[in-house]
Design a binder for this molecule. Structure first.
Ligand SMILES: [Ca+2]
Length: 128
């Protein structure tokens, strides 16, 4: 009896071990969003990975507008990379109301790691 019980336990331990090994693949992040022509895309993580939000207008306060990525996480103080596929220039600011420190992007530009990681609170799109 003891031997059989040991065998079952070993199998369970092996299954648990395999499950743990398989977990990273099973929970792998979905493919990063491909920013389409005409879109201004902000990403939660660097290198255009993580969840995404498409900026369609000027946004003076991410927090009060309760803006969030497609995965539900808040936009406030979390943007890490940007793709600007629009013909407009863009100014990101670390405070609401376009205050604080700023980072500017020209038309059709991108940055894999923004200057103020996880600090942006507002964004202004403007003709340039
Ligand atoms: Ca981030």
């Amino acid at each position: 009896m003891k031997k059989k019980a040991f065998g079952v336990l070993t199998f369970a331990a092996l299954a648990l071990s395999l499950g743990t090994t398989m977990a990273p693949q099973a929970s792998a992040a979905p493919a990063a969003y491909t920013c389409a022509s005409g879109q201004l895309c902000v990403y939660e993580n660097a290198n255009y990975t993580g969840s995404v939000y498409i900026v369609k207008d000027d946004l003076s306060d991410f927090n009060s507008a309760a803006l969030h990525y497609t995965n539900g996480n808040p936009l406030q103080d979390s943007i890490s990379s940007v793709i600007n596929n629009t013909g407009q220039c863009v100014e990101f600011s670390t405070d609401s109301g376009f205050g604080g420190s700023h980072q500017y992007y020209t038309r059709y530009s991108r940055t894999a790691a923004v200057a103020y990681n996880d600090e942006f609170s507002s964004v202004d799109r403007y003709n340039c």
